[in-house]
Every structure is written in structure tokens, then in C-alpha cells.
Design a protein around this ligand. Sequence first.
Ligand code: FAD
Length: 316
Amino acid sequence: MALLTRPLLLLSRSGKVKQLVSTMPVSAGIVRSYVPGETTEAVVDATAALVEDGIRVTLDFLGEDTLDTEQADATVAAYLDVLEQLSARGLTRSAEVSVKLSAIGQALPDDAGYGGGHKIALENARTICRAARNAGTTVTLDMEDHTTTDSTLAILRELRKDFPETGAVLQAYLHRTEADCRALAYEGSRVRLCKGAYNEPEEVAFQSDLDVDRSYVRCLKVLMAGQGYPMIATHDPRLIEIASSLASRYGREQGSYEFQMLYGIRPEEQRRLVRAGERVRVYIPYGQEWYGYLMRRLAERPQNLTFFLRSLVSKK
Ligand SMILES: Cc1cc2nc3c(=O)[nH]c(=O)nc-3n(C[C@H](O)[C@H](O)[C@H](O)COP(=O)(O)OP(=O)(O)OC[C@H]3O[C@@H](n4cnc5c(N)ncnc54)[C@H](O)[C@@H]3O)c2cc1C
């Protein structure tokens, strides 16, 4: 399975393959299952449908590793547009946005240390946080590959001075994450815990599924025992069960934490949790750059290929 990772990543960069994949009916079906649309209108409609079912939403305008400032500005504009439309439809109580800092300038060349891309991403993120605050909602900063973790957490600290509601994401596969959880488990701190979706080296990340899962549980204990607001982002039935029992163990009421899943993955489980009184939020990616998102689900980590194929066969 691991042998497939590199070819899939290479294929994901090919415009020709993208064209081919987009024109195959089965793939169009796949795209529709995981990305509800390319436009703001399409994603706001998808949001409204989920909110109707008692599910909260976080929206991600697709596009990362922006290498020019115009593209970064266009991404910021897309976020401002979607926040305005969510507000106009009365959806901002239930819908927030997730932002990849590399899509708003973090990956731009650095001139000096933390200058350049880091500063541009901070200012752009500030603009989005201000618009979200005005619309009555929040922003969560997605976490990307490990080379960006320090910069992303530094930007988070800066943003939280003015926007303490800004959410963080931590990845259980990184060795450092348990310590990062301790640092972020303070009152009012919203922290999404996921396994991690990038292909990371063994110097920084656990490599086996078992070690990642064990780390997830250790991190979850820290977050559940802490004063913050844990956002449990996983489709893993065992981890969901463990999260529920940790909530009881630490005397957490439903609504003092939430479960998060990706759009199109285990929709029945999302609804089951809602029926059980849990708070559930679905992450919806949208925009024209859907191809890379889909290929990453296949390529980033070998187990995601199984995960993706299983979802094609059974929409649970
Ligand atoms: C809301 C959200 C936000 C995220 N944000 C980030 C981010 O900012 N940065 C980042 O690096 N990653 C992010 N991720 C991705 C994450 O890191 C994982 O790559 C991805 O969620 C898959 O991990 P998993 O925990 O679901 O477990 P996996 O190990 O992939 O799968 C877990 C188990 O879930 C079960 N399962 C999965 N799918 C199905 C299915 N369709 N039917 C039945 N059972 C199934 C199976 O038992 C499987 O073994 C995010 C994920 C979510 C849900």
C-alpha cells in the first residue's frame, strides 16, 4: 500500500490527470460526495442542509501553498464572501470557517526568519478573524505539514490576543503534540485534535497506526481533563467511544466538547451522535481546487487509501 503513496502524489500534480479524473463519471460522483461544490452558493446551501439536521459546520475554501500574493488575496476575499453569505442566511451560529495559512501567504518566500510569508499570513488571518467576529462566528487554523507547526502556533498566539475564540488544530501523529495539548488546554481554548494527514518522517512523527492511536488517546486525555474546548476530529469508532467515556470520566457535559468529521464520511455516524445529544461539526471543503484535496485523502498516508475506498463502497 505504501508503494502507492509516491505515484499518487506525483499524479496529483498533473493537470492532465486532473482533467481525466474530472471527466470520468465515477470520479465526478466521488467529487460530489466529498466536495459539495465549487461556489460559495453551493457550499452555503450544503451548510443550510446540515444545519437543518442539527449538525454544525466548518468551511474550508480549498487551495494551499499559495505562491503569489494575488492568490492569497483572492482566498481572503473568498472567505469574506462566504462569511457574508452565511450571515445573510442566518447560519453563523452554526457555521464557522477553517483556514489553511499556506493558502493565505504562509508559503510565500521568507525574507528574514519569521518575516515574509509568516507576516503576510498573520495579517490575512487577522482580516478573516475580524470578518468572522463581525459575522458572529469563529475561525479555526488548520494544521499542515510539520515544517509549518511552529509558525502556525505562533500566528495562533498572536491572533488569540485579539480573537481568543480562534481554534487550533493539533495532530496526534507528531511526537510534540502531547506537550502542545498541555500548553493549549486552558480555558476558552478551542483545540481540534486529528490524527494528521501529511506524510511525515519518523524523526518527528509516529509511523504505525497503533502508535498514532495511542498518542491520540494520550492527547485526548490532556484536552478532556483540561479547561479548554476539545474538538475531536476523527471517524475512528474506537476513538469516538474512548472520547465519550473520557467525557464521563472528567465530568464533561455534552456541548463542552464536540465531534468533527469530514463532509461525506460516515454521515450516519454523524447523525447518530447528534441523536445521542452530542455536538457534531462537519468540515466542508469547497472551491475549484478540490482535486488536490481528494488526491491527498488517497496519497498522504497509506491507511487513507483504505479509508477512502471503503467510503466509496459503503457510505456509512
Ligand atoms: C474535521 C476534520 C478536520 C481535519 N483537519 C485536519 C488538519 O487541519 N490537519 C491535518 O493534518 N489533518 C486534518 N484532518 C484529517 C485527519 O488528520 C485524518 O487524516 C483523517 O481524519 C483520517 O483519520 P481518522 O481519525 O478518521 O482515522 P483513520 O485511521 O483514517 O480511519 C479510522 C477508522 O475509522 C473507520 N472509518 C473510517 N472511515 C469509515 C467509513 N467510511 N465507514 C466506516 N468506518 C470508517 C475505520 O475503522 C478506520 O480504521 C481533519 C479531519 C477531520 C475529520
